[in-house]
Design a protein around this ligand. Structure first.
Ligand SMILES: *[C@@H]1O[C@H](CO)[C@@H](O)[C@H](O)[C@H]1NC(C)=O
Length: 291
């Protein structure tokens, strides 16, 4: 049920943003793209995990296992950088409001969408490059819900100390630099918001709260789990479920329950869908963007 609500919630965001011309702004396009990554994050392992709950012998082929590793680093890396893109958009909107439309042109917006996928791809390819040549000959049990790197490299019949170090450094570098960029940009933004206390800042503030909540919920558990001294047991499994099942549901919840524009657009979408004559218009509006 949680998985179905992830799909439903995120597709609803994508549909709403693409079908309402008033939401055709960089902020909402980035939000729709974040929702798309969320669907990917939730879908590369969760269906298999659910199916595995029903069978006694839970097996996966080596190729599928490598594919899962590829996907988790592509999508999770992409999601982190997408949060940075969204922070940059908010930074321009709040700290350089008069130049917003010139800076955030259609081209810049597309670049902000492509960079996360590009960085995610580089990150996951470099991770796999460390792994794919390892000799796997003996143990073949992964103690988690899907294949991820420290667990799989542990199965290799060779000393994987250096490889593990490289993997930790690679993931650590990406998450730490995204996190620092996010902290710096939201600090600058919050300082700017505090200086100006006009009414127009009230809306900016509520959007900001949503963004900062998502960022905290994304990075918070990770930091907490690694810093907390007693948490060495099954941390991998907790993190695996948290990041593939709970974070993808956060965005629909946080962005739609708190955001008036989204709510208005969604009720408009609902009345549009309920009027049969307008379904074709809706489909014509939405499909070209989806393909
Ligand atoms: C992602 O952003 C691009 C560029 O702004 C936009 O055209 C596209 O519709 C967005 N993708 C989704 C799934 O909404």
């Amino acid at each position: 049920m949680l998985y179905l609500s992830i799909l439903l919630g995120n597709f609803l965001i994508i549909l709403t943003v693409n079908s309402d011309p008033r939401l055709h702004t960089p902020m909402y396009f980035l939000l729709a793209n974040l929702s798309f990554i969320d669907v990917c994050v939730a879908s590369f392992a969760t269906p298999k995990m659910i199916a595995d709950l029903l069978v006694e012998h839970k097996t996966i082929s080596f190729e599928a296992c490598l594919t899962q590793i590829f996907c988790v680093h592509l999508f999770a890396g992409g999601e982190m950088v997408m949060l940075v893109s969204m922070a940059y958009d908010r930074y321009v909107a709040i700290c350089k409001p008069l130049h917003y439309t010139t800076i955030m042109s259609r081209r810049v917006c597309i670049v902000l969408v492509i960079i996360p996928w590009f960085v995610g791809f580089i990150h996951t390819t470099s991770q796999l490059a460390f792994t794919v040549d390892l000799p796997f000959c003996g143990p073949n049990q992964v103690d988690s819900f899907f294949c991820d790197l420290p667990l799989v490299t542990k199965l290799a019949c060779t000393d994987t100390y250096v490889v593990s170090l490289l993997i930790v450094a690679d993931s650590g570098f990406l998450s730490l630099s995204s996190f620092l960029l996010l902290v710096v940009s939201y600090t600058v933004i919050l300082l700017t918001v505090r200086k100006r206390s006009s009414a127009s800042m009230a809306k900016a503030r509520s959007t900001l709260t949503a963004h900062i909540t998502v960022v905290t919920l994304f990075f918070g558990p990770c930091i907490f789990i690694y810093v907390w001294p007693f948490s060495s047991y099954s941390v991998d499994k907790v993190l695996a479920v948290f990041y593939t099942v709970f974070t993808p549901i956060l965005n629909p919840v946080i962005y739609t329950l708190r955001n008036k524009e989204m709510k208005v657009a969604m009720s408009k979408l609902r009345s549009q869908i309920l009027k049969p004559g307008q379904v074709s218009t809706l489909i014509r509006n939405v499909l070209p963007l989806e393909t």
